[in-house]
Design a protein around this ligand. Structure first.
Ligand code: NAD
Length: 336
């Protein structure tokens, strides 16, 4: 029987997870919620998702706009096996989910302490097996773990130094910036290094971060001291065999995040989403004992397949992480 999934908060992340869950044959979306009758609420109904108000008191405002509402979040949770929390950080639903007795998956805006378990499908799927709640780590942290975990397993990692060059806002978001400035995070480390350690506590990593006026992707400039001598080719062939990493080449015309997004459009990806972490093949170099590389992160979508895997682990419908990853990726059109 398919796992019944509720999505509370049908926004940037929630709507993508809804589509991803709907594409799998072992789980189904039994309802999505919103607080306000925006165009996204109408789109959810058009896409065929049963629509619920995030609270009973909001039901009237949807009905007033002609949006058919099946009930409130409380009604939806009664039917669900798992709820995906896609609400803005600190929305405070922990007690609501616990009271309803439903397993809950939070997103990276929340603190690790909320669940005590932070998740990445490649690095700690087993820890999530049968868990009642967890947090899928943020887009940047997911990107760091995707490339660093294989390096740790295969070669051993002495030390990582990474600079996060972060998009100022998502493409639709006109409220945030910077608009014409570059804004460094003055605290060192930025929160990203410690966040990676919630999943890989054994990793020696320092991160700094800078926000820039772009909306389409983040970019990471990485320096990794490995525990053994390797060649650039060794590293590239390791990543070729690792899930959800896409090697791209400047020589083939992919010189920036703009061309990565154009490639994603040409690949026919929904909403221009790129679930994989794009790593420049010709930007990867081993110099002495240090590996240097650049990777680009599509912040709106890289965490989406991780949420699908988290559902499988928590509900115990798939024991092996690689089997879940393959199944998720096949349905999402990610090359396995
Ligand atoms: P968003 O603002 O795009 O979407 C949030 C959705 O929740 C909206 O549909 C909104 O209507 C709804 N909502 C707001 N308050 C609510 C409430 N009280 N109850 C129910 N629904 C409510 O936000 P987002 O970018 O999708 O972020 C959601 C989570 O995902 C955050 O933890 C964020 O840090 C994380 N995340 C975001 C990104 C990104 O780049 N956008 C990437 C990775 C993780």
């Amino acid at each position: 029987m398919a796992v019944k999934v509720a999505i509370n908060g049908y926004g940037t992340i929630g709507k993508r997870i809804a589509d991803a869950v709907a594409s799998q044959n072992d789980m189904e979306v039994i309802g999505v919620t919103k607080t306000r009758p925006t165009y996204e609420a109408k789109m959810a109904v058009l896409r065929g998702f049963p629509f619920y108000a995030a609270s009973k008191e909001f039901m009237e405002r949807f009905e007033a706009k002609g949006i058919e509402v099946q009930g409130s979040l409380d009604d939806l949770l009664q039917e669900a096996d798992v709820v995906i929390d896609g609400t803005p950080k600190n929305s405070g639903y922990k007690e609501v989910y616990e009271k309803a007795g439903v397993k809950a998956i939070w997103q990276g805006g929340e603190k690790h302490e909320l669940t005590g378990l932070s998740f990445n499908a490649l690095a700690n799927y087993d820890d999530a097996f049968g868990a009642d709640c967890l947090r899928v780590v943020s887009c940047n942290t997911t990107g760091l773990i995707r490339t660093l975990y294989p390096l740790h397993k295969e070669f051993g990692v002495e030390f990582v130094m990474a600079v996060m060059i972060r998009r100022g806002a998502d493409p639709w978001d006109t409220k945030r910036g910077p608009i014409n400035a570059i804004e460094p995070v003055l605290k060192v480390p930025s929160h990203h290094g410690p966040d990676v350690q919630t999943v890989m506590p054994y990793l020696n990593i320092q991160t700094t971060a800078v926000k820039v006026p772009t909306t389409i992707m983040h970019l990471h400039s990485m320096m990794v001291k490995l525990k053994q001598d390797v060649s650039t080719e060794d590293v590239l062939s390791l990543w070729e065999d690792s899930p959800r990493i896409l090697l791209v080449e400047g020589e083939e015309g992919i010189k920036s995040t703009a061309q990565i997004m154009e490639m994603s459009r040409d690949m026919g990806r929904t909403r221009t989403d790129l679930y994989e972490i794009a790593v420049w093949r010709d930007g990867t170099h081993v110099v002495g004992d240090t590996l240097y590389y650049y990777q680009a992160i599509h912040q709106e979508s890289d965490v989406v397949p991780e949420n699908v895997d988290a559902i499988r682990a928590m509900t115990e419908i798939e024991k092996e992480n690689m089997k879940s990853i393959k199944k998720t990726d096949l349905a999402l059109g990610i090359e396995c």
